[in-house]
Design a protein around this ligand. Structure first.
Ligand SMILES: C[C@@H](N)C(=O)N[C@H](C)C(=O)O
Ligand SMILES: [Zn+2]
Length: 227
């Protein structure tokens, strides 16, 4: 298996963004995806994604067996929230490993949360999702979603060996549908997939990302994006 490129790798930040300006859309309006409210925020920003990412999720949903559904948990994440997540996990790591340098902490933190400057969720390009049965019950993917590497003893890594055969099969099913639709996985998190961001561009050999980080402002029934 090829070596994992972490989000903190300078190769990711070196990818330029040629912003295409595509809008963020509410995935709940598409109607055919299961959407879980565990990450709901007052502006419902969590439910938004770039239009091209949603199109690809719908394609992946259509490729799954009839009794299996994608369960969407989190899409867009405001830059301030991304910073909060990153800092929170970095301080946990500092407490566990007081001997680590700032560089080591930054790199280890990026196994689980992207550095805010390159964050795919803040570009509306990434989605955290899992599988559910026809009744909406989550399937066994080996760990809870958002289990960090310490808590899960590494089982959050997509190709971890310390999960059951059933969980491995479910990860394969999720992965084959999403990869066929054009999304790429962050290999330290089985639930994190993206399209159009810098990480996606690096993995797929594109010269630039098409979606860069955005701030959003709620307006009427929607969201307005700005740099
Ligand atoms: C925090 C976790 N749900 C997540 O989204 N991690 C990725 C790497 C990110 O922050 O982009
Ligand atoms: Zn994610």
């Amino acid at each position: 298996m090829s070596e994992i490129v972490l989000m903190s790798d300078p190769k990711v930040a070196a990818i330029p963004v040629a912003e295409c300006g595509e809008r963020l859309v509410d995935v709940r309006a598409a109607g055919s995806l299961l959407v879980d409210a565990r990450k709901q925020d007052p502006a419902d920003a969590y439910a938004y994604l770039r239009e091209g990412v949603l199109e690809r999720l719908l394609k992946a949903q259509a490729a799954l067996p009839q009794d299996v559904r994608l369960l969407f948990v989190e899409g867009y994440r405001p830059p301030a929230l991304q910073r909060e997540y990153f800092e929170e996990y970095a301080s946990q790591l500092r407490a566990i490993h007081p001997e680590w340098s700032a560089r080591q902490v930054h790199s280890a933190a990026s196994r689980y949360v992207s550095p805010p400057d390159i964050a795919p969720h803040s570009a509306g390009a990434a989605v955290d999702l899992t599988l559910a049965d026809a009744g909406g019950r989550e399937l066994d993917l080996g760990t809870r979603m958002n289990a960090d590497p310490e808590e899960s003893e590494g089982a959050c890594y997509t190709h971890a060996a310390n999960i059951s055969e059933e969980a491995r099969a479910n990860r394969r099913l999720l992965g084959s549908a999403l990869a066929a639709a054009g999304l790429v996985n962050y290999p330290t998190e089985w639930w994190h997939w993206s399209f159009g961001d810098r990480y996606w561009a690096l993995v797929t050999g594109k010269s630039a990302a098409c979606y860069g980080p955005k701030e959003i402002t709620p307006l009427g029934q929607g969201l307005v994006m700005s740099d």
